[in-house]
Design a protein around this ligand. Structure first.
Ligand code: FES
Length: 94
């Protein structure tokens, strides 16, 4: 796999085209997916904020590993990204 090569990742089972090596959160944003998790108390949609690994708003389950900061995790072909708690994105990515 070459950096920048077009690859496919799966976000809650949805196929998303991305570029190898780019941050997962950037690939999600490019695909129109803005929600990475839901708040525990109110169930509000949350999304990437700092994009440098500080705020934890972007944490998702990646290849079965929970609480992965997607803003600092590079895309790899075939990666499986899931919204924590089993909630799924609608067709709009919201
Ligand atoms: S967006 Fe803040 S840690 Fe990822």
């Amino acid at each position: 796999m070459v950096a920048g090569e077009e690859v496919t990742i799966f976000v809650d089972g949805r196929r998303v085209t991305a570029r190898a090596g780019e941050p997962v959160a950037a690939a999600l944003y490019a695909a129109g997916i803005r929600t990475t998790r839901f708040s525990r108390r109110r169930g509000e949609a949350r999304g990437p904020f700092c994009m440098v690994g500080r705020c934890t708003e972007c944490v998702m389950t990646v290849d079965g590993v929970e609480n992965v900061r997607t803003c600092t995790t590079p895309v790899r072909d075939g990666m499986r990204v899931e919204t924590p708690g089993g909630r799924r994105h609608g067709p709009s990515g919201a």
